[in-house]
Structure formats: structure tokens, C-alpha cells
Design a protein around this ligand. Structure first.
Ligand SMILES: [Zn+2]
Length: 169
């Protein structure tokens, strides 16, 4: 598992849509809980940065490259700081406290793209707004979850096939 992969997925999957309008999990107590689970404070400014990171990454994953602009702005004050230790130099992310957690999300996204290219994708159910990182060996995972979208879409495909083939059975 890539560092902060769970944080990345929690943030990407914080606006689920079950057929209707996306819900907002990066808000209120739910947002506070999510941020604190990953070492954040959950205050309003931090949640706002996380929402900017999420919306930008969702756009990029779906092919809308204009989103790099909002992410660049979000990261404008983030730098890497060198910590020299007896065994080498460690580079640590340094960003204003509001931006720190969102910057970790972007770092994790970047690491996933580097180490698992093409494996971060949107669920193939177009009515779903969840994302997955495909760790399967063939790299053919399509659904956020087999239990929900996978079965739902398979049932739909089966129903369509049955309709096309008429009532032969
Ligand atoms: Zn899904």
C-alpha cells in the first residue's frame, strides 16, 4: 500500500452519489472525523482545502486538465524541507497548517500515478461518484465495490441481455 493511499481514497470518495446529487462528507462532524482520522484538525479552513483538492483530483481523473490550475494555487505555499540526519537527508512536506492535509492528499495521488500508473480510476458505474485504486494483478477492476456497483451493473447487463434474447427459455 502506498503512503497515505487511504487518505487519498477517503477524500476522493467523500462526495458519493447514489443516483442523485453528490453528498458532501467533507463538512460538519463527518468532515471533522475524516480529517482527524488522518492526523488533521478538521477545522473549516482545512476542510475547505480538502474539498478543493478533491474536486480538482476528481476532474483530473475524469480527464479535465483545467483542474491543475486550482490545485497549483492550493499548493502555492507548499515546499519540501530538508532534514539532515546521520544517515541521509529526509525531505518533508512543509505547508501552511490549513493546506498540510490537502497537500498530503496530492502527494499520495502523485505517488499512486508514479507507482501504479493507470490504476486510479473512477467507478465504471456512471451514477456512482466513487474512485478506486486497482491492486489486482491483471488491472481490470472496474467498480468501487463488487458488492454494490459490481453486482448492480452485472444485474443490469444481464437484464439487458435477457431482453435482447427475448423469452427463449
Ligand atoms: Zn461505484
Amino acid at each position: 500500500m502506498i503512503e497515505d493511499e487511504e487518505l487519498l481514497l477517503d477524500v476522493l470518495n467523500s462526495a458519493p452519489r447514489d443516483g442523485g446529487e453528490p453528498m458532501e462528507y467533507l463538512h460538519g462532524q463527518r468532515g471533522v472525523d475524516l480529517a482527524r482520522a488522518h492526523g488533521g484538525s478538521g477545522d473549516d479552513a482545512e476542510l475547505r482545502c480538502l474539498r478543493i483538492a478533491r474536486d480538482g483530483l476528481q476532474d483530473l481523473i475524469r480527464g479535465n486538465e483545467v483542474a491543475v490550475e486550482s490545485l497549483q494555487e492550493l499548493m502555492s505555499e507548499a515546499t519540501m524541507r530538508a532534514d539532515v540526519t546521520p544517515s541521509g537527508v529526509e525531505w518533508k512536506l512543509s505547508a501552511p497548517s490549513d493546506v498540510q492535509l490537502a497537500a498530503r492528499v496530492l502527494q499520495a495521488w502523485s505517488r499512486v500515478n508514479e507507482h501504479l500508473p493507470g490504476r486510479l480510476r473512477a467507478c465504471a458505474n456512471t451514477e456512482c461518484n466513487l474512485y478506486l485504486i486497482d491492486h489486482t494483478r491483471p488491472g481490470t477492476a472496474k467498480w468501487c465495490s463488487m458488492a454494490t456497483c459490481g453486482n448492480r451493473m452485472k444485474a443490469r447487463a444481464h437484464a439487458a441481455r435477457t431482453r435482447r434474447s427475448g423469452s427463449r427459455n
